[in-house]
Design a protein. Structure first.
Length: 176
């Protein structure tokens, strides 16, 4: 009788233990958002204007540098009127070179084109989504500093949304 009682208690404890486990899920709830930049005509700020021979290059961050090409734009294309780019979640700043008319010099093989350097400054807000997804980073209080140059092709930068929490809207307008 005592043996059956112990078996019953162990069976109940086993059922309670295994029924309380969280099932393994695939993360569909969220991901760290990308910064969405739209390129617009400086004379008609509501009209998209593709950048000819556009190239984007990350500065001082090997992990972003290696992954920038994975995002949704074509390198040196004339069809890019908007891009999605990652911001560093382990820092409060990310720097990119925005290059127009990018090409390789026939003689030296060096990159030619007009380069504007943009520093994106922000605060990082980490948020726990779920066990399957873990943490995501949202970016708040976005500020952009354009390094001065005599040959700037970017004429104006407008921040449309300073809090980056979704990738389904334009956060920054670049007028050229």
């Amino acid at each position: 009788m005592i043996k059956k009682g112990i078996q019953l208690i162990l069976a109940v404890l086993g059922i309670v233990y295994f029924s309380s486990c969280e099932r393994d899920d695939i993360c569909v709830e969220g991901d760290t958002p990308l910064l969405v930049i739209g390129f617009f005509d400086v004379d008609d700020t509501l009209s998209f204007k593709p950048v000819p021979g556009f190239r984007l290059r990350a500065i001082d961050n090997d992990s972003i540098l290696n992954n920038v090409s994975l995002y949704q734009f074509s390198d040196r294309s004339t069809e890019n009127d908007s891009i999605l780019i990652p911001l560093q979640s382990a820092a409060n700043t990310t720097t990119f070179e925005f290059i127009t008319n990018s090409a390789d010099d026939d003689t030296s093989g060096e990159e030619i084109g007009t380069v504007d350097v943009l520093n994106f400054n922000y605060t990082v807000n980490s948020e726990f989504v779920s066990r399957a997804c873990g943490f995501i980073a949202n970016f708040n209080a976005l500020e952009i500093n354009q390094q001065s140059s005599e040959n700037s092709w970017i004429q104006e930068i407008r921040i449309v949304e300073s809090n980056i929490q979704r990738t389904n809207q334009i956060h920054v307008k670049v007028l050229h």
